[in-house]
Design a protein around this ligand. Structure first.
Ligand code: 13P
Length: 239
């Protein structure tokens, strides 16, 4: 399986022109599994790029349509050209109050609409320090996939991203042994690729993508600069 590099652009303020410029010169991207979770307003512009970088959304609602001001549906994302979506990112769980139940609804909706997704899970520092990491992750996974079969997950090419909350945007990536323990725990329960996210940068990139337990990385801040992202693409193993 190819290792996977996903850039999560979060609420960056790139213009459409900036985004197109970013996509101009990323050598080697065509041969690798590279994706960008873009702000909604950039998806249409970026989708279908000649580099074959897959473009996704960062969130969607669990309902197919309706009176949900400010929300976006799976169908709307697909219509804009997205071919995947991040679900349950920690910033949505912790800053915007998304619950495991809501996220389960989103997983179901993505499956109904045939939209691939990346389910994000991870513990807070407090939970790690009180040795609840594995329980928290198990609960997040079991709730999100409640009532959903392994076949359904595989058929939509679902991915799981382990992103410890305390490692996101802090410059303090988790240690390799911490990551591997959690990845192996997740892999013992689900036969899906598991990515790591949380302060991935050019210094730790190779070690992370070189590990057999890590199927790829989900990169926030360091994915915003074309030069750094381009170097990550070069360093991403092909096979
Ligand atoms: P940083 O790489 O900026 O820590 O963000 C990680 C993240 O949240 C990716 O989804």
């Amino acid at each position: 399986m190819k290792k996977i590099l996903i850039g999560n652009w979060k609420m960056c303020d790139k213009s459409a022109l900036d985004a197109l410029h970013f996509l101009k010169d990323l050598p080697g991207a065509q041969k690798k599994d590279v994706r960008i979770a873009a702000p909604f307003t950039l998806i249409r512009e970026m989708a279908g790029n000649s580099l074959k970088i897959r473009i996704g959304g960062q969130n969607m609602h669990s309902f197919g349509e309706g009176a949900f001001t400010g929300e976006i549906s799976a169908k709307m994302l697909r219509e804009a050209g997205a071919d995947f979506v991040l679900l349950g990112h920690s910033e949505r769980r912790h800053l915007l109050g998304e619950t495991n139940e809501f996220i389960q609804g989103k997983v179901e909706r993505a499956l109904v609409e045939g939209l691939s997704f990346v389910l994000c899970v991870g513990e807070t520092l407090e939970e790690r320090e009180s040795e609840e990491t594995f329980d928290v992750i198990q609960t997040q996974l079991e709730s999100a996939f409640d009532g959903i079969s392994d076949d359904q997950l595989e058929s939509c090419n679902a991915l799981i991203a382990y992103e410890p909350v305390w490692a996101i945007g802090t410059g303090k990536s988790a240690e390799m042994d911490q990551i591997i323990k959690v990845h192996e725990f997740i892999k013992s329960k689900y036969d899906l690729p598991v990515l790591y996210g949380g302060s991935v940068n050019l210094e730790n990139f190779q070690k992370l993508v070189g590990s057999r337990s890590i199927d790829g990385v989900l990169v926030g801040g360091a994915s915003l600069g074309a030069a750094t992202f381009s170097q990550m693409i070069q360093l991403l193993p092909e096979g």
